[in-house]
Design a protein around this ligand. Structure first.
Ligand SMILES: N[C@@H](CCC(=O)N[C@@H](CS)C(=O)NCC(=O)O)C(=O)O
Length: 224
């Protein structure tokens, strides 16, 4: 199994696919291709690397799967014992709904606050639209935790598919200094302390300096 990723520093969708590969329990290779470089343009145009021209792309037994949600579904089907989705029906319905809501929505937050797992902008101000996205996400996390998450630290107890979808949001909250209280705050700490997230951020910190995207560096200078 092999997964094609963008920069670990920036690529939020890659993080979701990579977490799914981790959850599968299978050994896998990674190919990290830096966004907005000539290498990216070459690989993105090659259907034998990324058929959609985007990351993440998973290659599994010679079969390509792209779109983070499809990668999660594919691996959840192939490794049904790995706890991607809750077994309880009501919990699973909620988990699938909030995962889909993440995949399709929160456009204001996604546009205003690109993921940069190494950055911290303490003086950043959210727009009203982004604030609404934040409030909705915090409400979803709190409801999942209080209704279904009592047996563990994650949305549905153990780490699973819904946590994969929201892990990049946790990263954004840390970067843009969004500090929810209560259940949501505890949930953020659980995600940030999870060994796979720690591993991802450590790898991001090792990426070459010439992979830095100047627009993001300028944002850092403005709000640091
Ligand atoms: N809906 C896709 C989004 C994939 C996506 O947009 N990935 C970004 C990197 S985070 C990408 O490949 N961008 C390259 C580009 O836009 O040229 C998914 O869920 O995987």
């Amino acid at each position: 199994m092999k997964i094609i990723l963008g920069n670990k520093r920036y690529s939020s969708w890659s993080l979701r696919g990579w977490l799914a590969a981790k959850q599968s329990g299978q050994a896998f290779d990674e190919m990290v291709i830096p966004l907005r470089t000539p290498e990216w343009q070459e690989k993105a145009a090659d259907p034998n690397v990324m058929p959609s021209g985007r990351v993440p792309t998973l290659w599994d037994d010679g079969i390509a799967v792209w779109e983070s949600s499809a990668i999660i579904d594919w691996l959840a089907e192939r490794h049904a014992d790995r706890g991607f989705w809750p077994t309880d029906e009501a919990a699973r319905a909620f988990a699938r709904s909030i995962a889909a809501e993440m995949h399709a929505g929160f456009t204001s937050l996604r546009q205003q606050c690109p993921m940069d797992v190494l950055a911290h902008y303490p003086s950043y101000r959210l727009t009203d639209g982004t604030q609404l996205d934040v409030e909705r996400i915090v409400a979803l996390w709190s409801e999942a935790r209080s209704r279904f998450g009592r047996n563990g630290d994650f949305l549905f107890g153990d780490f699973g598919a819904a946590d994969m979808m929201y892990a990049p949001i946790v990263m954004r909250f840390r970067t843009y200094d969004v500090k929810p209280s209560g259940e949501a705050q505890a949930y953020m700490h659980a995600v940030l302390d999870h060994p796979w997230l720690v591993e991802w951020c450590a790898a991001a910190a090792e990426e070459p300096a010439d992979w830095i995207i100047p627009a993001y560096a300028e944002q850092a200078a403005q709000y640091a």
